[in-house]
Write a protein that binds this ligand. Structure first.
Ligand SMILES: Nc1nc2c(c(=O)[nH]1)N[C@H]1C(S)=C(S)[C@@H](COP(=O)(O)OP(=O)(O)OC[C@H]3O[C@@H](n4cnc5c(=O)[nH]c(N)nc54)[C@H](O)[C@@H]3O)O[C@H]1N2
Ligand SMILES: Nc1nc2c(c(=O)[nH]1)N[C@H]1C(S)=C(S)[C@@H](COP(=O)(O)OP(=O)(O)OC[C@H]3O[C@@H](n4cnc5c(=O)[nH]c(N)nc54)[C@H](O)[C@@H]3O)O[C@H]1N2
Ligand SMILES: [Mo]
Length: 822
């Protein structure tokens, strides 16, 4: 049957069905050749916002309906058709005009301002293949930064970073990264203290929390917002538990509390006790609590003796033997702004009743961010409830459904950077060389500079080229103007992107990629709950000439003569089948029956059962039961309140036990600065960072076409700022316009502006120019948290704000940039 005839046939045969017919073009796609025929009414797809069924009409993606097992779908999935056809889609490969003329010898100061010339795929791929090899051969692999941090679409095959790293490994190597922006500090300190990273580990089940806890404390955590998304596919079960928690709090069975400078969505949902704390001072508050428990001998000495090491050294600091400063509640009050009385009462309450502290990650995205999680573990050790149901701490309840019980499911692998080849090639000499994720631009700016990282010295190489696939550094990195300066030093910048993001606009070569709906893939539902495997079934043809990252990398490797090393002679569909078959084999071993691949693909998903035992999971219960038989992965096998290893690094900014350190900028700063307000940049309710900004969803939250900024009524009054005003936020690092929301949801002295507002420079490409739209990273600091983790400190920054009285510039970042044909 011919394509068009078949389409007609399907249209009529499915008339009246609630499910929506999608384009049959899919059936002709090359990569479907080896795959089964799809029942057209059952096209599933997914995103970081959730799984859905795709509605299509005339070959266009037109809408979504909720996935049957997602009871709390987020409105963000509704914006996906708009994202697919946003005017900011990159439809063709482009090269910056000057770069097309002069290649790596181009005038790089024109990056970001020159127009883009549309080229053919052949030309673009040829250019990229040659340039990567030129840089490899001229300067060696340490001159290419391909650490490419960031998010992208879901899917086990189309992971742009893995694909690109696989390709770069084949070419001879690259400078990669270690860690991330999310938990950069916690994930380095926690292994020293608990033997695991803790932030990405399964938590005590919500079932146990709801059954046993008396106090649930959200400490710098906003799960009502941040649980909407997941690294894999969220099914949002956490919101069911939140509803239960709300009922229990209304029935006065559980106290829900929040420690946060802001009355965030979660606080406003539960309406429990709110302890407003000065930003970046939580460690001081916890020390005050610890001192009170210590001074009154209320703390659990048995627990400390049996399960921890190093309390002695910490104790000397706590009482002031080492620095003549006892960390009393009164001492803490002066720093954190919470009254000594509240500190004492709070500590006693947690001590006397079953209490769980659920911490988010914003507190460690700060100067000396390592100390927060270390101190919280120490405080919880003194409280003595670690390993009890509904007690202790939890560092991932706010993310991707942590605490949602884990189903009995096999693992699902994905594309890897292992090169299978019996040939000798550049990849045989590959040696990994990684730098901490947030140090990328410090490295580019300062070749040869030496830094410390977790006990090791790193010498920055001299980077000549950036290759970014997956992630938007021109949004996520701190101190935009310092970053721009480093960026302009590079000979070549290559970016894979579906959208004209700020990063794409600053590239020399931009290769347009597809998104989930335009390709086949496979993904797991539930980072923690692992409830389903889902088939992402291509529902529409790629927008413009965009290609899958897999295809782009395969084409480049082909030009080097290494296509086989890259693709292993497998089509995308065959890769998916392999990932699935690996899981199937594992399933057989574990006695989990799952259908064959063809059947799975036809049905769209496979669901796994969650056993009762998972609902009864209590983190660290085995350790508590028998610390000798079930030791932690630390040198002592116990909780390390004092770490000999960390102490041995002899760092001035991270010592052997948790301590209060003054951040470089904070409301108690002794440093002279013209800025008087602390700027926090949490994660947005209606976006994933910068993603979805280029859709109608922007209309739900923007103020006067700008990213909103929350300001306390008193701070606003002092500056003559009214609700809805366009304001200028500034400090010595940069400036941006924003839309004011005057509200006492934020504390006096605290500004709140979400990360991810698209950077829209007043003068394109110019260093130091104002952002017209609301890129908060104009104002943040590019500094490592400490010599230990070198993590970003996005939440440590002071800024000033004023009513904007100049000419209001037009927002242009949501239009296509200047392009031309050759
Ligand atoms: N001030 C401040 N800054 C922060 C934070 C903060 O709290 N405050 N948080 C930090 C944190 S925790 C994070 S995780 C980062 C997030 O930073 P990023 O992860 O870099 O931000 P995203 O906007 O998610 O960028 C993902 C990009 O990938 C693109 N993409 C989507 N699908 C594909 C694909 O299939 N292929 C390719 N090649 N590209 C694709 C999207 O279009 C998008 O531009 O931001 C960090 N920055
Ligand atoms: N909708 C949505 N969900 C997301 C994301 C998104 O972009 N959009 N991003 C995802 C990603 S990549 C990550 S890493 C996580 C991030 O998860 P988190 O890092 O936990 O989230 P944030 O929104 O940065 O901050 C959470 C809370 O910390 C508070 N806070 C900030 N500074 C301080 C402080 O000094 N002390 C105290 N006590 N509280 C403070 C903020 O006011 C906020 O209420 O979220 C994930 N979930
Ligand atoms: Mo993150």
């Amino acid at each position: 049957m011919k394509n068009s005839a078949r389409r007609e046939f399907l249209k009529t045969s499915l008339l009246g069905s609630a499910a929506v017919v999608s384009s049959v073009n899919t059936l002709n796609a090359v990569d479907m050749a080896s795959g089964p025929i799809l029942d057209e009414s059952q096209k599933y797809s997914a995103s970081h916002f959730g799984a859905f069924k795709a509605h299509t009409k005339g070959g266009q993606f037109t809408g979504v309906s909720d996935f049957v097992d997602d009871k709390f779908a987020t409105p963000m999935i509704q914006a996906l058709p708009s994202r697919t056809y946003s005017p900011t889609r990159v439809k063709y490969p482009y090269v910056r005009e000057g770069y097309l003329k002069n290649g790596h010898k181009s005038d790089t100061s024109k990056r970001g301002s020159e127009k883009f010339i549309r080229v053919s795929w052949d030309e673009a791929l040829e250019l990229v293949a040659k340039e990567v090899m030129r840089v490899q051969n001229t300067y060696g692999y340490k001159s290419i930064y391909a650490g490419s941090y960031g998010w992208f679409c879901v899917g086990k095959l189309n992971n742009p970073q893995r694909l690109m790293n696989r390709m770069m490994k084949i070419a001879g190597g690259y400078v990669g990264r270690t860690g991330d922006y999310s938990t950069g500090a916690a994930q380095v300190i926690m292994p020293h203290v608990l033997g695991t990273n803790e932030v990405y580990e399964q938590q005590t089940s919500w079932d146990m929390v709801l059954k046993h806890a008396k106090n649930v404390v959200f400490w710098g955590a906003d799960p009502m917002i941040t649980n909407q998304i997941a690294w894999e596919i969220p099914a949002h079960e956490a919101y069911g538990y939140m509803n239960e928690l709300k009922k229990l709090s209304e029935a006065k069975k559980i106290n829900v509390m929040s420690v946060d400078p802001v009355a965030n969505d979660t606080q406003r949902y539960f309406e429990g006790e709110h302890i407003r704390i000065r930003p970046n001072t939580d460690v001081a508050m916890m020390l005050g609590m610890a001192h009170h428990l210590y001074a009154t001998k209320m703390y659990d000495q048995e627990f400390i003796k049996k399960y921890t090491v190093g309390f002695k050294q910490f104790e000397q600091y706590l009482v002031g033997e080492t620095d003549k400063t006892p960390k009393t509640p009164e001492w803490a009050e002066k720093i954190c702004g919470v009254s000594a009385n509240t500190i004492r009462k709070f500590a006693e309450k947690l001590m006397k009743e079953r209490s769980i502290l659920m911490a988010g990650w914003a507190t460690q995205r700060a100067d000396h961010g390592e100390q927060f999680h270390w101190m919280m573990v120490t405080l919880c050790a003194m409280i003595g409830q670690i390993g009890l149901p509904g007690g202790g701490f939890g560092f991932s309840y706010h993310y991707a459904g942590g605490g949602t019980p884990t189903a009995d499911a096999p693992g699902l692998t994905g594309i890897s950077t292992n090169i299978v080849s019996d040939k000798e090639g550049p990849w045989t000499k590959y040696k990994p060389f990684n730098i901490p994720a947030a140090k990328a631009f410090d490295m580019i700016a300062n070749p040869g500079k030496k830094i410390q990282f977790n006990g090791k010295e790193i010498v920055y190489p001299d980077i000549k080229m950036i290759y970014w696939a997956g992630g938007n550094p021109m949004h996520h990195h701190q101190d935009r103007n310092a970053m721009l300066k480093a960026w302009k030093k590079l000979e070549t910048v290559i970016v894979h992107e579906p959208h004209w993001t700020s990063t794409a606009r600053m590239a020399d070569i931009i290769l347009p990629t597809t998104t989930e709906i335009e390709r086949n893939d496979i993904e797991r539902v539930g980072d923690y709950s692992s409830t389903h495997f889902l088939a992402l079934q291509k529902a529409v043809e790629p927008v413009g000439e965009s290609k899958d990252d897999f295809e782009i990398c395969r084409e480049i490797c082909k030009r080097w003569g290494y296509e086989k090393e890259f693709a292993e002679n497998k089509t995308p569909m065959q890769w998916l089948e392999q990932f699935y078959s690996d899981a199937l084999a594992q399933g057989v071993e574990k006695n989990i029956s799952i259908p064959k691949f063809n059947e799975f693909w036809k049905i769209g998903y496979v669901k796994f059962e969650t056993p009762q035992s998972a609902k009864e999971y209590v983190r660290h219960a085995d350790f508590r039961e028998n610390p000798m038989l079930n030791p932690l992965g630390t040198p002592s096998g116990k909780i390390e309140i004092f770490s000999k290893i960390v102490d041995g690094f002899k760092y001035e900014d991270c010592k052997g036990h948790p301590m209060w350190f003054e951040p470089v900028e904070w409301l108690g700063s002794r440093k002279a600065t013209k800025s008087s307000l602390h700027l926090l940049s949490p994660h947005p309710k209606y976006r994933l960072h910068s993603q979805l900004s280029n859709t109608w969803i922007r209309d739900l939250y923007e103020v006067n076409g700008r990213e909103p900024i929350w300001i306390h009524p008193e701070d606003a009054k002092k500056r003559g700022i009214k609700n809805g005003d366009i304001v200028r936020v500034f400090n010595e690092r940069g400036s941006t316009l924003a839309g004011a929301i005057v509200t006492n949801a934020t504390s006096k002295g605290v500004l709140r502006m979400c990360e991810g507002g698209w950077y829209d420079p007043l003068e394109a490409g110019k260093i130091g120019t104002m952002c017209k739209h609301g890129d908060v990273n104009q104002l943040t600091i590019d500094k490592g948290s400490s010599s230990l983790a070198q993590a970003n400190i996005a939440n440590t920054a002071l800024a000033e704000i004023e009513k904007y009285t100049g000419v209001i510039p037009k927002i242009t970042v949501f239009e296509e940039p200047k392009t031309a044909r050759k």
